[in-house]
Design a protein around this ligand. Structure first.
Ligand code: ATP
Ligand code: MG
Length: 280
């Protein structure tokens, strides 16, 4: 966080990358808030177009003035103009916002290419906008933080090497047991011991998934388990069947994904044996 702040202060865009649920978005937003500029959050997606980013004409507005109170005087004025709506990126660039561009690799390269000009030439080109200016200058306070998940690089769009080459990429990995415990406890109100038990349980399963080269359940799963157990008055104990069921429901999808070749019952056993370790 400190290093990222320093790079941003020096005018470099930073890029957090790491598996799902490590806290990329949270960190990016926290960092953005520290800059004391308005923060804009934008999510990458394949439909994001230059029109969304720069802006587009949304139609016509006609203003009409009719004045026929006095019969003898008839006045009619009509004014037709095209309505232009600024795109999100244009707003951010023009007003010097801090932009968090979450999961940017999900967008098409044609949309992301706008960032090459922003980062390199400090201008936003205004393609196809009928603006008299061909571009607008980037506000000196404008900055951008990117996030992405390397698992998604393959298969979405070709890696955007030119863009990545201009970013300072900082890899994030899962926090240690103590920090995860802290977060679970403060986010859900679970006791320190309970939070630690849940964290150990999820970390144990995550470790098994990682041996298979898969991400496994994240901190998000731990938070969900703690939250739901507390909300439903489920005792956090490995002996409690309700707690076992809750754990199974929450981690099932990630476990299934990591152990594709195993039978359902084998996976259930793995989850159950890890859940049972919780003392309560
Ligand atoms: N430092 C933190 N303090 C409090 N909560 C955190 C912290 N880091 C992560 N979390 C919580 O952990 C969960 C996952 O974090 P986040 O959504 O930032 O991960 P992510 O890496 O962006 O995941 P994804 O790739 O799935 O988008 C969230 O519920 C978030 O609130
Ligand atoms: Mg995220």
């Amino acid at each position: 966080m400190k290093r990222a702040s320093a790079y941003m202060a020096a005018g470099y865009p930073v890029h957090f990358t790491g598996p799902s649920g490590v806290g990329k978005t949270t960190l990016a937003l926290n960092l953005a808030k520290k800059r004391n500029r308005p923060v804009m959050l934008m999510h990458g997606n394949h439909e994001l177009s230059n029109a969304d980013l720069i802006g587009s004409f949304t139609g016509y507005t006609a203003t009409k003035v009719e004045d026929n109170y006095i019969r003898s005087v008839y006045k009619k004025e009509e004014n037709v103009s095209e309505t232009w709506k600024n795109g999100r990126l244009l707003e951010a660039v023009k007003n010097g916002y801090t932009l968090v561009y979450d999961e940017f690799t999900r967008s098409k390269p044609s949309a992301n290419n706008l960032f090459l000009s922003i980062l390199e030439e400090k201008v936003l080109p205004l393609y196809g906008t009928k603006h008299t200016e061909p571009f607008i200058k980037v506000h000196p306070e404008f900055s951008v933080i990117f996030t992405s998940n390397p698992e998604e690089y393959a298969g979405v769009y070709q890696t955007q090497e030119a863009l990545l080459d201009r970013l300072i990429t900082l890899p994030l990995s899962f926090l240690d047991l103590e920090s995860e415990t802290q977060i679970i406890s403060s986010r859900t109100g679970a006791g320190e011991e309970e939070a630690k038990d849940i964290s150990e349980l999820v970390r144990g399963l995550r470790e098994q998934c990682r041996k298979k080269g898969k991400e496994g359940p994240s901190l998000r799963a731990s938070i969900m388990i703690a939250q739901l157990a507390l909300a439903q008055n489920i005792e956090i104990s490995g002996k409690n069947e309700e707690f076992q069921n809750l754990c199974r429901d929450i981690v099932w999808y990630q476990m299934r994904k990591a152990f594709e070749k195993e039978s359902d019952s084998k996976i259930l056993d793995m989850i159950l044996s890890e859940s049972k370790k919780v003392q309560g």
